[in-house]
Design a protein around this ligand. Structure first.
Ligand SMILES: C[S@@+](CC[C@H](N)C(=O)[O-])C[C@H]1O[C@@H](n2cnc3c(N)ncnc32)[C@H](O)[C@@H]1O
Length: 399
């Protein structure tokens, strides 16, 4: 398959994708999942990948013309493991083994939930990789179970999510269906209940681990409001590390129930702590009207949300959310904001908070800047790799 000079230049720098418009000649009779050999207009070999019929034409898995076999995946997974060696905190068994393009496995994520492994594929066109990939995972990790899930890219508009499935089970492991199989995992000694095959609803966002660690020193004696709390991972650490008050708020009743279960799992009596099943904007408004203040307000919103408080889009509404948060932070308190959308540039993220400070009449100082942990590395030749932003600001002046 011959690609144009633009694509050849990017492939030579390590970028793993070829877009349909970069094919130098029309391609006939290829099916998604077929292996293709890439070539420049000058005949130079540019590696081997898999053909797809979506917004990407080819994902490249190796820079030489060799096969996409178990030996290749063994090598790539071992390289990914070496990059993480000594970088996963102790008493932590929930982490990402392979982070797609950033570990030279485009479209392929592998997460470890204890000794359960979960593969997430970006496209049905990657299905042909499953036998060699699963074989390599079994050889390297002897997992209890290997499950498969899908995360179809929104740019592949015609595709819908496929159900998860069980690819491998050790004889001693649970034979529960992927949807019902639950287990307890740990992050720096704290326990959390997860559904390993739950994909983005597994129960824990491991890419926030280092940010949770950044905040360790800040919880003690503080009153904390955790907005968009999901299953309460930040709240569990806050309560365990000495916060005097923790309000865990989320719109979803199931998230609140799971957060309460996580408190109980860690010996934190749920009745001693507060849980609010509420829209963040409505709750912020209620606290502002009552004159209620917190020493630390944390907001980790999803990209989009439709709640009783209206529609929220992270690209447009970070400023509005920040203003509402800043109005209820005690003078001398802390505001923590996260954004997991790569399309929101760090400059726009910080700009939204700067504008919100002006609007709320507060003076802010950035005291900590966070990003992804080492098991979510960002390859420098893959511009989309660095997506997670988190800031901690000290907040001064009266609201
Ligand atoms: C990205 S997750 C938050 C992850 C969480 N901070 C953690 O560390 O695990 C987004 C959460 O926001 C909740 N949510 C979405 N819209 C909301 C709204 N308008 N008000 C409150 N919660 C909302 C969802 O139910 C979901 O649990």
């Amino acid at each position: 398959m011959v690609v144009d000079n633009h694509s050849a230049g990017w492939l030579s720098k390590g970028f793993p994708w070829v877009y349909p418009k970069e094919l130098a000649r029309p391609v006939r009779s290829l099916q998604p999942g077929n292996t293709v050999q890439l070539q420049g207009l000058d005949g130079r070999a540019l590696g081997a990948g898999l053909w797809d019929d979506g917004w990407l034409a080819v994902r490249r898995f190796r820079e030489d013309p060799g096969p996409l076999d178990a030996a290749l995946f063994h090598t790539l997974l071992q390289a990914a493991a070496s990059r993480r060696r000594g970088m996963i905190p102790t008493k932590t068994d929930a982490w990402r083994l392979a982070h797609a393009e950033n570990d030279d496995l485009p479209g392929v994520r592998v997460d470890a939930w204890g000794d359960d492994l979960h593969i997430t594929l970006d496209s049905p066109g990657l299905r042909s990789l499953l036998p060699p990939l699963t074989q390599a995972l079994i050889e390297l990790y002897d997992p209890a179970r290997v499950t498969l899930g899908w995360r179809c890219d929104p740019r592949d508009k015609q595709r819908t999510e496929l159900p998860s499935s069980l690819l491998h089970r050790r004889p001693d492991a649970s034979d529960a269906s992927p949807e019902t199989h639950q287990r307890v995992v740990h992050e720096r000694g704290m326990a959390f209940q997860v559904f390993p095959a739950g994909g983005s609803d597994a129960g824990m966002f491991c890419d926030m681990r280092s940010n949770r660690a950044l905040l360790d020193e800040f919880w003690s004696e503080r009153s904390v409001l955790n907005l968009f709390a999901y299953t309460g991972a930040f709240s569990v650490f806050a309560a365990a590390r000495g916060a005097r008050r923790v309000v865990t708020a989320d719109l979803a009743a199931t998230a609140i129930r799971r957060a309460q279960d996580n408190f109980a799992l860690n010996g934190l009596e749920p009745d001693r702590w507060e849980f609010e099943r509420a829209d963040s904007f409505k709750l912020l408004d209620r606290y502002r009207r009552r004159g209620e203040r917190f020493d630390l307000v944390l907001a980790d919103p999803p990209p989009f949300s439709h709640g009783p408080g209206g529609t929220f889009s992270i690209g447009k509404d970070l400023g509005r959310l920040s203003t509402a948060c800043l109005r209820i932070v005690e003078p001398g308190g802390l505001f923590v904001l996260a954004c997991n959308q790569g399309t929101v540039a760090p400059r726009a993220f910080h700009g939204a908070v700067e504008q919100a400070a002006r609007k709320a009449g507060r003076r802010l100082h950035l005291v900590l800047d966070g990003t992804q942990p080492p098991d979510f590395p960002a390859a420098v030749h893959f511009p989309e790799g660095r997506y997670l932003k988190l800031g901690v600001w000290s907040v001064w002046g009266s609201p």
